[in-house]
Design a protein around this ligand. Structure first.
Ligand code: MTE
Ligand code: MO
Length: 356
């Protein structure tokens, strides 16, 4: 793993490791934390469900596991800061980890559907424009003021069957670093909404007022001073946008002349599919279709691969993904740059040396 920070712990796998399998092994799954990883006694842990519900609940882990049907969802998680490093050539982003393309991973999650737990509490009103707020106990000193982590998703997303309260990951008990005993998995939303170590779910009329929803994870205007940003500034992130990355060859790598294997991943926004990925070795003058691997579920990335015949010399590889609405990724990171460095979905490029 490439460790960006020890405390709070922030690390991503190398591109080679990420490219090895469609399902990411737990020991290669990125880790994104804003505070110390909490120690939770699973026997004492309780999940409170309250707010605009008919019957507030307080569930133990045994209650959650026994009172609700267990469901599996194969889903990709991706941090809003994934590929931030690609923004740094445009302008510096002080105070944020320079994530490469590895703040993303795909796992088999299992647990209760959030919608089932909300139904057990009885929604007072499921027609209105409501929000489901998630609270966790890990306190972040990076927030202003320092506070426990939290965020929310719209009730319309919370009612979808893909959103889980998960206690299993890749067939094992959810590891502590990934949110044990229970975390939210909100597929196709930025990772920040998949709250780990969740201890409270509240149905309310407004989005979370937590720092990590009201102030952070928002796209500020390029000219804004992030240190002056306050609650409500910028565009709040929820569903992610079409994105892709080249995993091999890696930047500054050397490869022998001839057929060079180019591989990577692509993710589509929710309810869309990646239908085409192209690679160019001549700055977009000509493009080669990559082969798309099988997608394990509608909530995951697709891995893709192709071979390019390359002559010796320095070559820049560039890729772009298209979805089933005919949308493709924006070309330039410069057109997407923002002061906190979220949502770099520009065409990925890798510069390599092709040997004689
Ligand atoms: N939940 C809590 N309680 N605290 C956190 O710091 N980080 C969020 C989210 N859930 C976070 C959290 C962010 S920004 C991301 S991208 C994902 O968890 C990362 O999940 P992972 O560490 O399991 O990969
Ligand atoms: Mo994140």
């Amino acid at each position: 793993m490439l460790v960006h920070e020890d405390e709070p712990f922030n690390a991503e796998p190398t591109p080679k490791v990420l490219g090895r399998s469609t399902l990411t092994p737990i020991n290669a799954f990125y880790s994104r934390n804003h505070g110390p990883i909490p120690t939770i006694d699973h026997d004492k842990w309780r999940l409170v469900v309250d707010g605009l519900v008919d019957t507030p609940l307080e569930l133990s882990l045994a209650d959650l596991k026994s009172q609700f049907e267990i469901h599996e969802v194969v889903a990709t998680l991706q941090c809003a800061g994934n590929r931030r490093a690609g923004f740094l050539a445009v302008a510096d982003i002080p105070g944020e980890d320079p994530w490469q393309g590895g703040a993303i991973g795909t796992a088999v999650w299992a647990g209760a559907r959030l919608v089932d737990v909300l139904a057990a509490a009885g929604l007072a009103d499921d027609s209105a424009d409501l929000h489901v707020d998630f609270s966790a106990p890990d306190v972040s000193e990076l927030a202003t003021p320092p506070q426990a982590y939290g965020s929310s998703i719209p009730l319309s997303k919370a009612m979808q069957t893909e959103v889980l309260l998960a206690w299993r990951m890749n067939g094992r008990d959810l590891p502590r670093v990934h949110g044990a005993p229970v975390r939210v998995v909100a597929p196709a939303y930025i990772g920040a909404r998949s709250v780990k170590w969740i201890d409270r779910i509240s149905v309310q009329t407004t989005p979370s007022d937590n720092y990590f929803q009201a102030t952070a994870y928002r796209i500020l205007a390029p000219s804004a001073d992030p240190d002056q940003a306050g609650p409500g500034d910028g565009i709040s992130l929820g569903p992610w946008a079409l994105n892709s990355e080249i995993l091999t060859p890696t930047d500054d790598g050397s490869v022998p002349a001839g057929a060079v294997a180019v591989t990577g991943y692509a993710v589509a926004p929710e309810h869309r599919r990646v239908v085409r990925v192209e690679v160019s070795a001549d700055e977009g003058a000509t493009w080669h279709d990559a082969l798309l691997d099988e997608q394990p579920s509608p909530w995951t990335w697709v891995h893709w691969r192709t071979n390019l015949d390359l002559d010796p010399g320095n070559r820049t590889l560039v890729a772009r993904a298209w979805d089933d609405t005919g949308t493709q990724q924006p070309q330039e990171a410069a057109s997407l740059w923002n002061p906190k460095g979220y949502g770099n979905t520009a065409w990925p490029t890798k510069t390599i040396h092709v040997d004689q």
